[in-house]
Design a protein around this ligand. Structure first.
Ligand code: NAP
Length: 284
């Protein structure tokens, strides 16, 4: 059953290029249906050079909210009236809230990741050391949220060491951090409570790749992957075999959408229904 569309329907959408693969429309429309909100959410293919006009369209057409994805997350910051601290530190906006023509940019990727991690594993991050594998755009969000959650030290390992050092410097305003090359993972792995992969290693079609030597993983660890295609990566399968608690990447996607939904509507997101419809779409 679809949402009822009439003259009162409030519009939402996602801007990206490419965009036809996006699971956000099925997930958010299911959330509106479940909560009985008269709204509709569509995917908009916004080509390079057209983003400014598209954002003007949010105001002109009185969309209540928009998600922004690759490649527009950075440029869109130029067109906001206000930028939340999360998006400012991360350097990217993935959620826009329209308050009567005034647009505020947020980033819900990192906080979505942490909420999913806590709800699915029960981990309390306060005072814990963590190891992040990767220092790209998603790692910026995850690192910011882990620091805000009270992680006592964040090790950032990356193929390009300069990027790890740069992210460590950015996050040092929020907690203790260090950047390093991938060759240093073995030196710190026994100190940490959580390891999270934020590289594309293991993502379809490279499903046999792992982001680190999994023989280093011990059974006291929580091991998390932001990759969600496949839903359980080789990294997580091997971590589970070694006794670790695992946390798959789909939760990050679900909860970044859940936070956007809550910012827009003020209504708690119907997580179970959102997850169900996205998981179903993967098995089709
Ligand atoms: P990005 O900005 O392009 O950064 C990619 C990161 O992965 C960089 O640190 C890069 O290292 C590293 N990397 C890339 N290829 C590698 C390889 N072959 N070996 C080792 N390291 C490699 O991408 P991103 O936006 O941060 O996304 C990273 C991953 O996060 C994505 O692939 C996706 O699976 C996941 N993600 C998940 C969600 C979710 O909702 N679950 C959302 C966003 C992203 P260099 O700096 O050396 O290039």
């Amino acid at each position: 059953m679809g949402n009822k569309l009439d003259s009162h329907t409030i519009m939402y959408g996602v801007f990206g290029d490419p965009i036809r693969h996006s699971k956000s429309p099925i997930m958010l429309n299911r959330a509106f249906e479940e909560t009985g909100i008269n709204a509709a959410y569509a995917a908009f293919h916004i080509l390079p050079g057209q983003l400014k006009d598209a954002v003007a369209g949010i105001r002109a057409l009185q969309f209540r909210g928009v998600n922004v994805t690759i490649p527009h997350k950075v440029e869109v910051m130029d067109y906001m009236d206000e930028i939340d601290e999360s998006a400012r530190v991360i350097g990217a906006v993935n959620t826009i809230v329209n308050d009567n023509g005034r647009l505020t940019g947020y980033n819900t990727d990192g906080i979505g990741y942490v909420r999913s991690l806590k709800e699915e594993t029960g981990i309390d991050l306060k005072g814990k050391k963590v190891l992040m594998l990767g220092a790209g755009g998603a790692a910026r969000g995850v690192g910011y949220a882990l620091a805000k959650e009270g992680a006592s030290h964040i090790y950032i390992s990356n193929r390009t060491v300069e990027k790890a050092d740069e992210l460590a410097e950015t996050l040092s305003g929020f907690t203790s951090t260090s950047g390093m090359g991938t060759d240093r993972v073995a030196d710190v792995v026994d100190e940490v409570s959580l390891i999270v992969n934020i590289t594309p290693a293991g993502m379809h079609p490279n499903v046999d790749t792992v982001p680190m030597d999994t023989s280093l993983i011990k059974d006291h660890l929580v091991v998390s992957d932001t990759v969600y295609n496949p839903l359980v990566t080789k990294f997580l399968r091997e971590a589970k075999e070694r006794g670790a608690v695992i946390h798959p990447g789909l939760g990050m996607f679900i909860y970044q959408g859940a936070y956007a939904f809550e910012y827009w509507t003020g209504v708690p997101a119907p997580i179970a229904a959102m997850r169900q419809v996205v998981e179903q779409s993967f098995t089709k």
